[in-house]
Design a protein around this ligand. Structure first.
Ligand code: COA
Length: 193
């Protein structure tokens, strides 16, 4: 079954999740330059786009991934990311880090600019993505991995009632050392309750 991608996901209170467009390349480039260490994990995951040209390529690749992500002919897909816009301003990103259609599972990743932290924006964005994944994509399991030294990130799944399922020991290589992650999960049956 193919799904039609909904261009805008409304998360409430003026928060809209939508694909990055060409017009986002410059603001995204500025955000990256101002917040390199804040966004280090995400930047590593998407190949460290740094120049305007690389950010443009990232936006283009992400659009392409979003087009075929929702086709179940891909048993497993690398996923795609959506911009978080607050009252029209680009403030962050939330994405499906892989969609495994065979097992109907996905994982979520997110970041927001420091100026917009602590207002519940990512919690609301995450809640909207979980609802979209269960109700529109009919997935069954959603995972969130949070580094053991990132309590702000753990707050998101915990606020939304995710279950802390496991610790993934030394799963991330960082600064010549290893960092463990907590694995949180939400099942469709638990979300419905
Ligand atoms: C982790 C991160 C995404 C959290 O973003 P955030 O915007 O601060 O998170 P929220 O949107 O849920 O805000 C949470 C805080 O807002 C407060 N808040 C204010 N109004 C709120 C509302 N209406 N609803 C929910 N929370 C609200 C909460 O109480 C909470 O504060 P607390 O932690 O002191 O309890 C952000 O710090 C970030 O981008 N970090 C860098 C990148 C990163 O680490 N990404 C995660 C990798 S897995």
């Amino acid at each position: 079954m193919a799904h039609e991608f909904t261009p805008n996901i409304f998360a409430g209170d003026g928060i809209i999740l939508s694909l990055f467009q060409k017009e986002d390349v410059e603001p995204l480039h500025k955000i990256i330059h101002r917040n390199k260490s804040h966004l280090a994990a995400w930047l590593r995951a998407v190949g460290n786009p740094s120049t305007l040209k690389e950010v443009h390529q990232y936006v283009k690749d992400n659009q392409k991934r979003s087009r075929d992500a929702l086709s179940e002919s891909f048993r497993s897909h690398p996923g795609f990311e959506l911009a978080i816009r607050n009252d029209g301003e680009l403030v962050g990103m939330i994405g499906f880090q892989g969609i495994h259609w065979g097992n109907r599972l996905t994982a979520l990743g997110y970041w927001i600019i420091p100026e917009s932290e602590g207002r519940g924006i990512v919690t609301k964005a995450c809640k909207a993505m979980v609802t979209y994944a269960f109700d529109t994509l009919h997935l069954n399991r959603i995972e969130i991995q949070c580094a053991e030294d990132n309590p702000a990130s753990m707050g998101i799944p915990e606020r939304l009632g995710f279950h802390k399922e496991a610790i993934l020991a030394e799963v991330e290589r960082r600064n010549e050392g290893y960092v463990s992650h907590y694995l949180y999960r939400m099942l469709r049956s638990d979300w419905q309750k």
